[in-house]
Design a protein around this ligand. Structure first.
Ligand code: SER
Length: 339
């Protein structure tokens, strides 16, 4: 008998940490964690098994199909937007071919199980792209179908993988004879805003100035913010990101009217971040030294997201608004962490 598990790729990343901690407490299905980096010991204890391995390793994925009955895949592994620009083709391979490998694995699992495997995929605000700041500001909240003209390799990869997910869940091998592929993958996708965790810092993203400002201030380190003070982006704290992933996973298939859903909570400027940080850490030394190229990326992302479809279809709402996020989650937890 193959063992039933939830598979989490990119398990050692920021979302992985939040998701593993939550699922270990709230789900009875064992967690199979995969990452190319060693998993933090505290997280490993919460998983049934950790595999140090690459999503590009098809032999490894094949072996997992033989060994496990994977009911849900949270495919979190990805190269983020800033890092991807240093080597776009490598990022493309990992972000797109890696996702393709996982989707193919999900198809195989779905056939074996005679049941669609759920494939939960975090996409991003990077899937959007505004040509100018004035158009960004004029647009305000954007819905899932507007302004999808990404300017980064990461954004292109995310947008394309959303389409791949739709293909695998609705049209895979549509000309094959018989009904071999009737148990399609059950692909569900969230477009995340910038995420902020009190426990981890992101690596290689472009929304990183928010979390970095906070963590540096708490650690007593100077910080040069790489965007202008008036820069605005949507954000959400990690507990809400995890909440949205799990809510979407648990939603009935009938309740979902689309495959890709925006989720968000609040849209602070970099100056707002600065104000919250200074209130909590009055000695923090933060200066604004905009980096032209990273600024351009952030300027191409929306100021706010319209998440009304998620609210209507699967009762999404964040637990933490702006004040709650800073006052009742980020500041107290980070303060404790760096004490
Ligand atoms: N946080 C991501 C990044 O900055 C966006 O999804 O790349």
């Amino acid at each position: 008998m193959r063992k039933e598990v939830i598979l989490i790729t990119g398990a050692n990343g920021e979302i992985g940490h939040g998701l593993i901690s939550f699922l270990a407490q709230n789900s009875s299905t064992p967690i199979l964690a995969l990452d190319i980096q060693p998993l933090d010991e505290a997280m490993t204890k919460l998983c049934s098994r950790f595999i140090l391995g690459d999503i590009m390793d098809q032999m490894l994925l094949g072996r997992l199909v033989g060994e496990y009955e994977i009911t849900t895949i949270y495919h979190l592994a990805s190269i983020l937007s800033t890092k991807a620009e240093y080597n776009p083709e490598t990022a493309h391979r990992i972000n797109v071919e890696g996702t393709l490998n996982l989707l193919r694995m999900a198809v195989e699992q779905s056939q074996w199980q005679n049941n669609p495997v759920k494939f939960i995929y975090p996409s991003s605000i990077a899937a959007y792209g505004f040509p100018t700041v004035s158009e960004k500001m004029a647009a305000g909240k954007v819905n899932e179908d507007q302004w999808c003209f990404p300017t980064t390799m990461y954004g292109c990869n995310k947008l394309y993988c959303e389409h791949l997910g739709r293909y695998y869940s609705r049209h895979y091998k549509q000309l094959a004879s018989g009904d071999t592929y009737e148990n399609h993958v059950d692909f569900r996708c969230l477009r995340f805003p910038g995420l902020i965790s009190a426990f981890t810092t992101p690596t290689g993203g472009t929304s990183d100035y928010g979390p970095e400002m906070l963590h540096h201030a708490a650690a007593g380190e100077d910080y040069k913010c790489f965007v202008r003070p008036d820069t605005i982006l949507p954000f959400m704290v990690m507990p809400d990101a995890v909440k949205s992933l799990v809510l979407l996973e648990n939603a009935t298939r009938e309740s979902l009217t689309q495959l890709v859903y925006n989720v968000t909570s609040f849209s602070p400027t970099a100056q707002d971040f600065h104000n919250y940080v200074l209130k909590a850490f009055p000695n923090a030394n933060i200066t604004f030294v905009p980096d032209k190229k990273r600024q351009a990326i952030v300027d191409s992302w929306p100021a706010d997201l319209d998440d009304s479809a998620a609210r209507a279809d699967w009762m999404w709402s964040p637990d933490f608004d702006e004040a709650e996020s800073f006052n009742n989650y980020l500041i107290p937890v980070i303060r404790e962490r760096y004490k």
